[in-house]
Design a protein around this ligand. Structure first.
Ligand code: NAG
Ligand code: NAG
Ligand code: NAG
Ligand code: NAG
Ligand code: NAG
Ligand code: NAG
Ligand code: NAG
Ligand code: NAG
Ligand code: NAG
Length: 898
């Protein structure tokens, strides 16, 4: 199944940060405040001329703090009140001075990343809303660092580019940077003062660089039987002996962990009682030394964005070594406490408290239905007898947010081991359900199910779902293993394993073993301790039926009596009937406390083949859109020529019709402008990134713009034709046209209002269809679409009233036949598309965009098509037969309006 397009917001965010910094660095260099007035110590000293490159690199690393965390009352002055943020600090140059204990840091850049709220007016004055947006404030600082006092003092200026550029002229930064960071002294902390501009901002970060001093003696892990080592993955399977890679260990460690504690009255680490831990910062050296900072909490959602420095009331810092022989990371750790909560404005301080905690991490090589942690860990109280570990805390990585992309960890060396009792139960329920569904299924010969058709992907077995009748329950399910293939983790490795192992197994046997992870969002399930159901069972490749038994984690126990059944739609029928249905139920007695009401679920998503189909469709629609607006131009030009050749035609053309047409061309253009303006804060970024696409869409609208201008020219010609002819008769006729048409247009308002409301409600019911929201603009656009579809109406009425008009053959056949075809084609196409393609996000509709008219109801499409064709036919008769028809059409109009 296809991944949804990855959230562009993240890239936007990064770019938003980078751009202002680039701009700022050129601005902020002048008129630095004086160093000595802000920093009584350390006293400055002249720079040494000769520098050692290796030394400078090490120093630059030592003074690089990123990511860091800031808070305090100054943060509320600079950003939104009550919110903290992240900072980065990079010195541009570090040099030693005549005083050996003094370092000179120059042109250091401190950047604070925070959020602001602002009122944002809707485009063209429609509505207003509060917008929260990212802001970066950059400071350029110079100063000195004393290795004896560990004190860094710097002065400088800052610039704020949000709104009119604001300068902070008089800023000083005081940080305590441990000259030799160690387990008990690992943090950089201090404050930024803004003089008159803002109050103090408190900063804290985890020290970087190779100057870190590891304690004497190796941290020890508990002794164990040699056999357990083979159940662990090596750090680098490609290298003999497993090797050590900093990048590998960092990417495997940085994650969220679910903790399992001993009974609270017997825990050996009573202060670390939270249910979840996040390893936040990891540093390592080439010799296998590793140190890290982790935090504990009961609400993991605050950690959703990676690459931030996390601050919680409880944490640990740890240091140790990777033991390649036993494939374990053995660490000694100290508890870290936050002295003042960051929600208060007072200074906060991370303080290292008692040490004597043992910690180890490893990477299980075998996954089962109960234990599927990419990384596992253990924490114990090491202050007692060495070698005796009682009541440790165990930890394993877990997934708690709906994933937008698969993880990048290569899990191809993990083996999935199925549990026979789970398979047995699942198979039993498979036979129970299969018999039932077999009896009422009308056997189709041509049906291929996910995973089995040519060029299928393991991601075809992935799906998202909504619970029926419960709007808020939604989730995602992803296969962990299929047959003997591990398909979790890195996408390439998974795809390889799938095509190599799973696909042949699915061809060979009808039932394959399968295991899934099922994540929930917004539910009673949605607590960090039970957000995922781990399930395994069987998949019938011939009927697309999955039956699985799963475990859901509760805070004190695990409930392994959850039955999950899923019926996938076949590739052929999913076009019309959706992606499939399923059910999550409890196998427990109704009286059991762990029993829950069963839920029916509806699957959604697209098979990989449908994704490529829909990309193809969008490309086709772009071409059709371009062709149709180019044809509009051509027809308008032909009409202009027709009028120039035929003087009477100008006088006989209905002004009302031309106005309707001009508006019909203008409104989609305005809507595009609206979309563009609504994003104008991101415009710069979008033009450099995803914006290319948007620019593309705008270029596609150029023929439409030309068509609009040609319509205006036509209007001008018709108007001047009227004026030159001088007599009032034709204007009288136009007035009568309005008298007939206006009531019809008013009826149109009502009709399109009802249909638009209907469409909006259908959209809301179906959360997959992200539609143009039910705004005033949306309704207006639908109405404009309707009126433009009937653009010939005023001309037909005018011809009926004025014999002159019909005999003058106001319109070139190209113009009215061609124009009608252009208006009708999207409706015909809409009917075709609804039958041919899976409904997808409406934003993927380029041509026959519901935004530009009333679509999404086949009956309505037919009505519009017939109406437009009838008008064109009537006009043809009028122009052919001239005034003869006048009376007949008069009668027709009278009878149809009564
Ligand atoms: C810098 O380090 C490299 C290796 O790490 C060494 O070969 C080189 O000699 C060092 N240079 C100086 C000036 O110390
Ligand atoms: C929004 O509109 C009001 C007037 O309607 C104006 O005073 C205000 O400055 C506008 N705000 C923004 C952010 O454009
Ligand atoms: C811990 O508490 C449980 C009940 O919550 C009790 O059964 C158990 O005996 C207690 N253990 C100790 C060592 O006090
Ligand atoms: C470890 O256990 C001892 C008592 O055996 C206790 O005093 C100490 O606080 C514990 N350490 C931690 C970090 O909880
Ligand atoms: C799949 O490919 C095989 C040959 O590679 C072909 O015989 C078969 O018809 C294809 N099946 C479908 C459904 O396209
Ligand atoms: C994943 O790791 C295996 C070795 O365990 C290696 O052979 C394979 O190339 C890796 N795949 C990717 C995509 O990195
Ligand atoms: C499913 O797994 C079980 C246990 O590992 C194994 O005995 C059985 O052969 C597997 N079934 C298939 C169809 O591979
Ligand atoms: C488990 O979670 C439920 C719901 O949040 C709560 O009521 C219950 O007290 C928790 N039990 C324990 C032992 O923490
Ligand atoms: C779920 O669907 C089944 C039929 O598939 C139906 O019998 C049952 O009533 C539904 N349950 C709920 C709670 O809607």
């Amino acid at each position: 199944m296809a991944p949804p397009p990855s959230n562009p917001h993240r890239h936007t965010r990064q770019l938003c940060f980078v751009l202002p910094i680039l701009l700022l660095s050129s601005v902020a260099a002048d008129s630095t405040p004086s160093y000595s007035s802000h920093c009584p110590s350390p006293a400055p000293s002249p720079d040494l001329v000769h520098t050692n490159v290796n030394d400078t690199i090490a120093l630059l690393e030592h003074f690089r703090f990123s990511p860091g965390f800031f808070s305090g009352s100054g943060a509320s002055n600079l950003f939104m009140p009550g919110v903290s943020g992240q900072f980065s600090f990079f010195p541009h140059a570090v040099s030693r001075t005549a005083d050996p204990a003094l370092l000179h840091l120059s042109s250091a850049r401190l950047t604070l990343f925070g959020e602001r709220a602002g009122a944002q007016n809707g485009t063209l004055g429609f509505g207003s809303y509060e917008r929260i947006y990212d802001v970066a404030i950059s400071f350029r600082l110079d100063g000195y660092y004393s290795t004896t006092t560990s004190e860094l003092c710097m002065v400088g200026t800052g610039t704020d580019t949000d709104g009119p550029a604001k300068r902070y002229a008089d800023v000083d930064l005081r940080l305590r940077v441990p000259s030799k960071p160690s387990l008990v002294d690992p943090f950089v902390a201090g404050r930024l003062e803004g003089g008159a501009d803002f109050e103090a901002v408190n900063l804290v970060a985890y020290a970087d660089g190779d100057v870190y001093e590891y304690s004497e003696g190796r941290a020890t892990c508990p002794a164990e039987a040699a056999a357990t080592t083979s159940a662990r993955r090596a750090l680098e399977p490609q290298q003999p002996g497993g090797g050590f890679s900093c990048a590998a260990i960092r990417s495997r460690l940085v994650s969220e962990y679910r903790l399992r504690h001993a009974q609270s009255n017997s825990s050996s680490l009573p202060k670390l009682h939270e249910p979840a831990m996040m390893v936040n910062q990891v540093r390592c050296a080439a010799n296998g030394a590793v140190r890290l900072y982790a935090v504990f909490s009961n609400d993991v959602r605050l950690w959703a964005s990676a690459n931030r420095f996390a601050v919680e009331n409880q944490g640990v810092v740890a240091e140790g070594f990777w033991d390649a022989e036993t494939r374990r990371l053995c660490l000694r750790a100290c508890r870290v406490e936050l002295l003042v909560s960051y929600w208060s404005s007072a200074a906060e301080k991370l303080e290292v408290r008692e040490c004597g905690i043992g910690m180890s991490f490893w990477f299980p090589a075998v996954w089962t239905v109960r234990d599927r942690s990419a990384t596992a860990a253990m924490l114990w109280n090491a202050s007692g007898d060495a070698g005796v570990i009682s009541n440790p805390i165990t930890a394993s990585t877990f997934q708690y947010i709906i994933r937008t992309t698969t993880t990048t960890t290569n899990l191809s060396d993990v083996k999935y081991s199925y549990t026979q009792t789970f398979l047995d139960t699942a198979t039993r329920h498979y036979y129970l359900n299969a018999r039932r569904s077999m009896s009422n299924a009308n056997k189709k010969t041509e049906a291929s199910f996910p995973g089995t058709y040519n060029f299928s992907s393991y991601r075809d077995l992935e799906f998202r779902f909504l619970a029926d009748n419960e709007e808020m329950v939604r989730g995602q399910a992803y296969p962990v293993s299929i047959g003997s293939a591990m398909v979790d983790g890195d996408e390439l490795a998974a795809e390889y394993a799938f095509s190599r192992h799973a696909a042949p197994e699915m061809k060979q046997s009808r039932l394959v073993n399968i295991s899934y992870g099922i994540l929930f969002q917004f539910t009673a399930f949605d607590r960090p301790d039970c957000s995922e159901i781990k399930a395994e069972g069987v998949y019938d490749t011939e009927t697309g039926f999955v039956s699985m038994l799963g475990c859901r984690e509760l805070n004190v126990s695990t409930d392994c009596k959850v039955l999950i059944t899923v019926q996938f739609s076949s590739l052929e029928e999913s076009q019309a009937s959706g992606h499939g249905k399923g059910r999550i139920s409890s196998l427990r007695d109704k009286t059991d406390v762990l029993y829950f009401e069963s839920r029916n679920i509806t699957l959604y998503g697209m098979y990989s083949e449908q994704v490529s189909e829909s990309i193809w469709r969008m490309d086709m629609e772009r071409i059709i859109t371009l062709a149709s607006s180019t044809l509009s131009c051509a027809f308008a030009i032909l009409q202009i020529l027709h009028i120039k050749r035929n003087r009477d035609a100008a006088r006989a053309t209905s002004i009302t019709m031309l106005v309707v047409l001009a508006l019909g061309h203008a409104i989609p253009l305005v809507l595009d402008l609206h979309t563009l303006l609504a994003n104008r804060s991101r415009l710069f970024v979008e033009l450099s990134g995803n914006g290319l696409l948007e620019l593309h869409e705008l270029v596609l609208r150029v023929p439409a713009l030309i068509a609009f201008l040609l319509q205006l020219r036509l209007l001008q010609l018709a108007w001047s034709g009227r004026r030159s002819s001088g007599h009032h008769r034709s204007l009288d006729a136009e007035r009568r046209v309005l008298l007939v048409c206006l009531p019809l247009y008013l009826i149109g308002v009502a009709v399109s209002g009802v249909i638009h409301a209907e469409n909006s409600r259908a959209t809301r019911k179906d959360p997959l269809l992200v539609d143009f929201p039910g705004t005033l603009w949306g309704a207006l656009a639908s109405y404009a679409g309707l009126v433009t579809d009937g653009f010939l109406l005023p001309q037909v009425v005018l011809n009926a009233f004025s014999s002159e008009s019909s005999s003058a053959r106001a319109l070139s056949p190209w113009f009215y036949v061609g124009g009608t075809v252009i208006r009708v084609a999207p409706h015909v196409y809409d009917v075709f598309r609804a039958r041919r393609y899976v409904p997808s996000a409406k934003t993927s509709y380029v041509y026959a965009n519901p935004r530009d008219g009333l679509f999404r109801s086949a009956a309505w499409d037919v009505v519009v098509t017939c109406g437009a064709a009838a008008l064109a036919f009537l006009l043809l008769l009028q122009q052919r037969l001239g005034s003869d028809v006048r009376r007949t059409s008069h009668i027709w109009l009278a009878s149809s309006s009564s």
